[in-house]
Every structure is written in C-alpha cells, then in structure tokens.
Design a binder for this molecule. Structure first.
Ligand code: DX5
Ligand code: ZN
Length: 216
C-alpha cells in the first residue's frame, strides 16, 4: 500500500518545511489543483507543482480538479508531475489525454466524484494506471469519508481483478486511522491523507500509523 499526503492543508508559507516533515514516510506527494470552476475552491497551479518538484525527490502525484483538463495538462507535465489524474466529469477526451500522458512517460489517472458510478467508467479504465475514487465531494480537505464509497472501491477492485488488469485504486478524502481500513479491505491500495497528516503533531509518525492500521 502507498500513502500520498495532500499538501492542501499544509502551511503554504512554509511549503519546503511541510514537505520535509512527511518526506521520510510518504510514498508520493499529492497536489490538489482546483480552478474555482469545476470545484468551488481555488488552490494552486503549475508554479506550485514546479516548486514542490524542485524541492522533493518524491513522485509528484497531481490531482486536477479543473474543467477542460485537455487544455491544461501539458503545463503540469512541464512542471514536473510524475502522475496526473483528471476528472471523468470534466472532459470527454479521456482516451486522448491518457495516451498523450503515457507518450510523455507520465502515469495517467482517472478521477471520479462520489456521484459517478463505477459502471460508467469501467470500460475506460484500462487506458489508465490509476483510478482515483473520491471518498468526499471534491473541493475541500477535512471532510468526512462517505461510507457508501467503500462499495464503489469494492466493485472497482473486483472488475480490475476479474479482467486481469494492473491498475491502482486511490482513495481520496476523509482518510484517517479508521476509514483507511474500510477502503483497504475493499481493495484500495493508494491512500491520500490530508488533514489527518497535517493537523497532527508528527506528520511522519501519523503516516506510519496509517500504514500500521492496515498491517503495513
Ligand atoms: C479534496 C482533495 C483531497 C483532500 C484530502 O478535494 O482532492 O485530496 O485534500 O484531504 P483530507 O484527507 O483532509 O480529506
Ligand atoms: Zn485529491
């Protein structure tokens, strides 16, 4: 299992220090890009991705919560993203974007909101390295895990196994020491952790505690 802390709830005035606080324990760094349009919040753009990439050796895991990702995705490639997930609901150019990213050596991810059924995307996911299942409504950190999403994770893992596919399932939103277990047992293997990590006294230890909660 992999843990990718979201810097959305970090102290933006000390981003270098905030990254250093998780680096020894994190697998990837999750960067939540919001455009104030696809979601009702603004966060940051390619300049932050570039700065974080310059500071850290960890893989940069960008989550685009933006409209028309096809118009913006290359800015994030140039900024140094290693993986880029964009929303199913934000475009129709799923396959073109995924193939374009792969041709540049970037791992593509398809993200789905809580209201989107797995069935809608199941025939698309083979184009992707990762399926990001939102376990809260996108837009803000610190929300409560939506329990009904556990079943969606289960259905996705079942489909991926039955079809012999090799695709990560990333659970994003409301992950903490309890909810990580539900998502893990249902079949998620990558976990975004935002507020639980950055609101704790010792972020690296909290990441370790999340690992221990599911047995490693
Ligand atoms: C929500 C973001 C999440 C969020 C995670 O729109 O995509 O990545 O920052 O934060 P927590 O763990 O606090 O829900
Ligand atoms: Zn995210």
């Amino acid at each position: 299992m992999l843990i990718t802390p979201s810097i959305l709830n970090a102290n933006f005035l000390d981003m270098a220090g905030e990254i250093d606080r998780v680096s020894s324990a994190a697998d990837w760094l999750h960067l939540d890009v919001m455009d104030g349009h696809f979601v009702p919040n603004l966060s940051f753009g390619p300049a932050m991705v570039e700065a974080v990439n310059r500071h850290s050796d960890l893989p940069i895991d960008v989550h685009l919560m933006i409209a028309n990702p096809e118009e913006w995705v290359n800015h994030y490639v140039e900024a140094g993203a290693d993986r880029i997930s964009f929303h199913y609901e934000a475009t129709k150019e799923w396959v073109e974007i995924a193939r374009g990213l792969k041709s540049k050596g970037i791992k593509p991810g398809l993200a789905i909101k809580p209201g989107t059924d797995f069935n809608e995307v199941k025939n698309l996911i083979r184009e992707f390295d990762l399926l990001l299942i939102m376990t809260v409504d996108p837009g803000f950190g610190g929300q409560k895990y939506i329990n009904e999403m556990t079943h969606k994770i289960f259905l996705a893992r079942e489909f991926i196994s039955e079809n012999g596919l090799d695709i990560h399932i990333q659970a994003d939103g409301g992950i903490n020491l309890e909810t990580i277990n539900d998502a893990f047992k249902a079949g998620a293997d990558v976990f975004v952790a935002g507020s639980v990590v950055y609101k704790s006294e010792n972020p690296a230890q909290t990441i370790q505690n999340l690992r221990n909660a599911v047995g490693g």
